[in-house]
Design a protein around this ligand. Structure first.
Ligand code: GDG
Length: 740
């Protein structure tokens, strides 16, 4: 295990690609490290894990992914190394094209980076995506051992956590998204079934991580909109578990980059660069060829700088390195051509016999050369249009050992949220980019040093190890909370205890809430009528002379009477305002002044207008504002305003209270509630079996009235004073059926 707080014995990683490319050599296969951000991070992490004497992590990291260039007939044993057990996933060409090239890179990549016009929506792609995720799942499940921690990475595998969860419910699973998670307005472009599958797929993990707070909030909002699940302090309450979503900004292996600047080959490479510059300043950038990286806009920004700052002509060079990526895709080929012609145009316009303003290189750099360039550059010009994080920005700062460089960073990169000391620019604003370059070149050494040092301090502290280690410990923290909640989840053992207690009793009382407890919530309250088999069950329970069944609800009396017409049950309507015993008339329990209703009705009517989809329910003793059919965040905003408006009224009428239920707020007299009603019905009679079930905040009053030994059950997976939880009404009905 990696540390005492992370109780896993083996780390199992799943990402689209294995961290190596394989090339055939005379002696077998040579494994060459890929250039992606994730690979850099995990390789550094694995080195640290192995060298950490305290860690006690003896097992190799298992990595599941696609092995590029490896013939199918080559056995994994031939390419295994001492750091990883590589588990290749084999996809046939067509499947891979549709899953990787199609759904992942022609839909999710552009969409999540806000390039929605580049998206291709093809149902066959989605099927391939599902199929490929299922193949990853097979691979992981077949090798799973208790004690493994499964860490799923990125947008190619968003369905995988849930697929694994279905097969191994107890597995610790983390999911990390390396690219932005877009706002709901963009996410909703996905067909409903796809977006629900994606959200549910990610929620199969225990912990879902993103680079920034904004991406996390976008995800939470999409979950709420796609599923209706609630979220409190980044913890999502799904149908049967809690899942945490949070920001884990990825860091770098700071010392690997910082210390590399003194390596012999780096010093040599740097000397060459400095010599070639001949006293000119160097502006540098390196990224994969991709439309998200803002390569053309960067060139245009540099061109604007040349245009606006002639004093810098011949004194500065921009070295733009573009690393080949997805080079066989038409869009990328076209982009490459455009970049090349723009470079040509700028150089054509400004070059002199002895000066070329832009040096463009289309290639991957060896590590030493990359570090040397980071170290020698006066300015790093990093201008993505969208970027999950951007590690290059962090690596550049880490390599600034003399603190004489300036980072210019797009506000659209996740890294901008952490690197305030950079010159933050909008990449589409050429003039702003031009000004930033000039500012950077003219910045005083003192200021440069101060800015770089502050960022270095942060990067040294929040590095790739603290990132991974924070992720692991948060996963186990949420798993701990799940366990606390799950001991409350009604299981076979609790059911049999309940059944025994029921059978041994002769004087029983059962309190059952209605909406969300006996029937599921629906869009309009009048449509939530009772199912025949549920009514039969209630009839059977209430026909037993040892039983007293109480339906206790916020509903009005006519609706309840209609639902339970000939069942010998006690009905409690409007939270206790009315009570009706079997074969008796309704009794009104309180006499309160209701002159307040007119002014409250007016206020609520205003909120119905201001929040489309909400509606007022008028009852004898109360008024309720329902917001179940509207966008939750918006309704909650309005709810706060409404509470402010009502609080004024309540200050002048101490008899009134605001009662919050499930997507409803009710204004009523505080003289009655479910606790008072239940306590009155229990009186001082000695019931030897007491059960109370309910699903929302108003039922917490009911639970409070119950004796300690009562079987109190909250329907839904959320914290409650009840002793037990069941996930949904169907499970409660199943439990009630098992009683008789
Ligand atoms: C994804 C997200 C997020 C690049 N060129 C060379 C080279 N690199 C290395 C860099 C850096 C990595 O590749 C690039 O990382 P980025 O973060 O910039 O971008 P993506 O690959 O798109 O990564 C991104 C990241 O995941 C991590 O979560 O930050 O937003 O898109 O480490 O050093 N390395 C060498 N030669 C090169 O020419 N040796």
């Amino acid at each position: 295990m990696y540390s005492k707080e992370h109780p896993f014995r083996r780390l199992v990683i799943a990402s689209y690609r294995l961290p190596f490319k394989f090339t055939r050599t005379t002696s077998g296969f040579k494994a060459v490290q890929n250039s992606g951000g994730l690979v850099s991070a995990v390789l550094s992490l694995s080195e640290r894990m192995r060298s950490d004497q305290e860690a006690g992590m003896t097992e190799k990291i298992v990595w599941t992914g696609i092995a590029d260039n490896i013939p199918v007939d080559v056995a994994p044993a031939e390419w295994e190394n001492d750091r990883f057990d590589l588990e290749p996933v084999r996809l046939n060409r067509k499947l891979n094209d549709q899953f990787y090239g199609g759904f992942s890179n022609d839909l999710i990549w552009p969409l999540f980076h806000y390039f929605s016009t580049y998206c291709i929506f093809n149902p066959a792609y989605f099927e391939a995506y599902r199929e490929a995720n299922a193949l990853f799942c097979e691979q992981i499940v077949s090798r799973y051992r208790p004690g493994d921690y499964i860490w799923v990475h990125d947008y190619h595998l968003m369905l995988l956590p849930q697929m694994i969860r279905e097969r191994i419910p107890e597995a610790p699973i983390g999911f990390f998204l390396h690219i932005p998670f877009p706002s709901f307005e963009v996410f909703r472009l996905l067909p409903r079934i796809w977006r629900e599958a994606i959200v549910q797929g990610m929620l199969g993990a225990d912990l879902v991580g993103f680079h920034t707070h904004d991406y996390t909030q976008h995800f939470i909002k999409c979950v709420k909109r796609a599923t209706g699940f609630e979220c409190h302090q980044n913890v999502l309450f799904t149908a049967d578990r809690i899942v945490k979503a949070d920001a884990f900004p990825i860091g770098i292996d700071y010392h690997k980059f910082h210390d590399a600047t003194s390596l012999h080959e780096v010093v040599a490479a740097r000397a060459k660069i400095v010599h070639a510059l001949g006293g000119q300043k160097l502006v540098f950038s390196v990224d994969r060829l991709d439309y998200t990286k803002g390569l053309l806009l960067r060139l245009q920004g540099f061109e604007a700088f040349l245009e606006e700052h002639a004093e810098w002509h011949t004194r500065v060079t921009f070295n733009m390195v573009v690393v080949p990526s997805r080079a066989n895709i038409e869009k990328y080929k076209k982009m490459k051509k455009e970049i090349e012609s723009t470079v040509g145009r700028i150089n054509g316009k400004y070059s002199t016999l002895s000066w070329r303003p832009v040096i463009y290189q289309y290639k991957s750099l060896p590590f030493a050369e990359l570090v040397a360039l980071y170290n020698a550059s006066d300015v790093a010009l990093i201008t993505p249009l969208r970027d999950g994080m951007n590690l290059v920005a962090k690596e550049y700062v880490a390599c600034q050992t003399e603190q004489k460089g300036v980072l210019i960073l797009s506000e659209m990169a996740g890294a901008a949220a952490e690197m305030n000391e950079a010159l933050i620019i909008n990449p589409a604003d050429h003039h702003e980019v031009a000004c930033a370059i000039a500012t950077a070149l003219e910045m005083s050494p003192v200021e440069k040093e101060a800015r770089i040092l502050r960022m270095q301090e942060r990067l040294a502290h929040c590095n790739v190890f603290t990132w991974a280690s924070g992720f692991f410990s948060q996963t186990y923290e949420i798993i701990g909370r799940q366990k606390q909640l799950s001991v409350r989840l009604v299981n076979r053992e609790i059911t049999s205890r309940m059944v025994q207690s029921y059978q041994a009793a002769s004087h029983r009382i059962l309190f059952l809430d209605y909406d969300g407890t006996l029937v599921s919530l629906v869009r309009r309250p009048e449509l939530a009528t009772i199912q025949k088999n549920t009514l039969d069950l209630i009839r059977r329970l209430s026909a037993d002379p040892c039983n007293r069944v109480v339906i206790i609800s916020g509903r009005d009396k006519d609706f309840l009477q209609q639902q339970f017409q000939d069942a010998p049950v006690t009905l409690v309507a409007e939270h206790g305002y009315f009570v009706k015993h079997p074969d008796k008339d309704w009794i009104r329990t309180v006499r309160a002044d209701e002159s307040w209703k007119e002014s409250v009705r007016q206020i609520l009517a205003e909120y119905v207008n201001r929040c489309a989809g909400t509606f007022i329910e008028e009852k004898s003793g109360s008024l309720a504002w329902h917001y179940r059919n509207t966008e939750l965040d918006f309704a909650q905003l309005r709810l706060h305003e409404l509470q402010d408006d009502l609080s004024e009224l309540i200050r002048h009428n101490s008899d009134l209270e605001i009662l919050e239920g499930h997507k409803v707020v009710e204004i009523k007299s505080r003289r009655y509630n479910k606790r008072v009603a239940a306590a009155t019905l229990m009186g001082n009679r000695n019931f030897d079996f007491v059960l109370a079930a309910g699903d929302d905040k108003t039922d917490e009053f009911l639970f409070q009235a119950m004796p300690a030994e009562a079987f109190t059950i909250r329907v839904g997976f959320c914290p409650s004073v009840a002793r037990f939880n069941v996930p949904n009404p169907a499970m409660l009905l199943k439990l009630l059926r098992s009683l008789n």
